[in-house]
Design a protein around this ligand. Structure first.
Ligand SMILES: Cc1cc2nc3c(=O)[nH]c(=O)nc-3n(C[C@H](O)[C@H](O)[C@H](O)COP(=O)(O)O)c2cc1C
Length: 307
């Protein structure tokens, strides 16, 4: 039995529902040397800001339980160097590449996104899990602040844009709704959740920054809850579910919860070629259950009373 793997994320037809999550596959071109990129419907490059950001000092990565803590601080070379050195290397890849923009003001986000679009990316994801210059709070915690960024990016770009949100938001539906109204074509749910670990011998936090972002399998139920809430309350808004995916069955869960596509992040650190395995598992699951198109799974577990 043939299983169709293509999904439509708004106007974008993705060959598979798998999306490489930003920051976990480098700037894509390096990663394409080790892994088969044809398993992905899209691959997101790591986030880039207007000026170079140095990132935080080590230690900035640590295992914690079944997941991983990171406080990289979005180290990146800035958009000038990215356009000059990275963008030309993306042009010949046989996969759809998304850029990821960060900034400390709406204007910064918009300028970065517009440069990325001009450099040829297929879409731009807006990383709203980044502190606002005015109040130091993450944009993604606040519907109005998030919408200001999305609106600024929308004004400067013509192609698809997505808003990547935080599971730390009090009301993720309100943030997603504000982003959609401001012009986001999809929402990515979610980025890491804030977490910490203590080095008990040293009596200090394990990460140099104290707290950081927690990712991997323990994030899955939380991000999945965000997907379910947004999918049932905002039907029609395409969602990329992201958090803790390790198996094809995890992908099935996200699709059933209402995601159209599903991000792979931390799994890449242990298994760079995970996407091909996960896609194989997804297709096998569909075959075993008589599902001829993965798109038929989308939203199929949303409760009747929530529709
Ligand atoms: C080391 C590391 C770096 C990351 N860098 C970025 C980044 O630059 N931009 C971004 O939007 N998300 C970044 N993320 C978040 C991931 O894209 C993803 O949303 C998150 O890790 C949850 O998915 P996972 O549990 O599959 O890893 C990073 C995650 C990790 C672990």
């Amino acid at each position: 039995m043939t299983v169709a793997t293509a999904v439509d994320l708004g106007s974008q037809r993705l060959a598979t529902p798998l999306v490489a999550a930003s920051g976990t596959v480098g700037s894509v071109w390096e990663f394409a040397r080790v892994a088969d990129v044809s398993a992905y419907g899209a691959m997101t490059a790591k986030s880039v800001s207007e000026e170079p950001w140095p990132g935080r000092r080590p230690p900035r990565l640590a295992p914690a339980g079944e997941g991983m803590l990171n406080a990289i601080g979005i180290q990146n070379p800035g958009i000038d160097a990215w356009v000059r050195e990275t963008a030309p290397r993306l042009a010949n890849l046989s996969c759809r590449v998304w850029g990821s923009a960060v900034g400390r003001t709406p204007g910064e986000f918009a300028r970065v996104a517009s440069r990325m679009e001009a450099a040829g990316v297929a879409a731009v994801e807006i990383n709203l899990s980044c502190p606002n210059l005015e109040d130091g709070r993450m944009f993604a915690l606040d519907p109005e602040r998030s919408a200001e960024v999305v609106a600024a990016v929308r004004e400067q770009t013509a192609g698809p844009i997505g808003a990547k949100l935080s599971p730390n938001a009090d009301d993720i539906v309100a943030v997603a709704e504000a982003c959609a109204a401001a012009g986001a074509d999809w929402v990515t749910l979610t980025n890491t959740i804030s977490g910490a670990a203590i080095d008990v011998e040293g009596r200090r936090p394990v990460l140099s920054s104290g707290a950081g972002g927690y990712s991997g399998p323990p994030l899955k139920p939380i991000a999945l809850r965000c997907v379910m809430e947004v999918a049932s309350r905002l039907p029609g808004l395409p969602i990329v579910g992201c958090g803790g995916v390790v198996t094809g069955r995890d992908v099935v869960e996200y699709l059933m919860a209402g995601a159209t596509a599903v991000g792979l992040g931390t799994v890449h650190f242990a298994e760079p070629r995970a996407a091909a395995r996960i896609l194989g598992e997804l297709v096998s699951w569909c075959r075993r259950h008589g599902v001829t198109s993965v798109a038929d799974l989308i939203g199929s577990a949303i409760l009747e009373e929530d529709r």
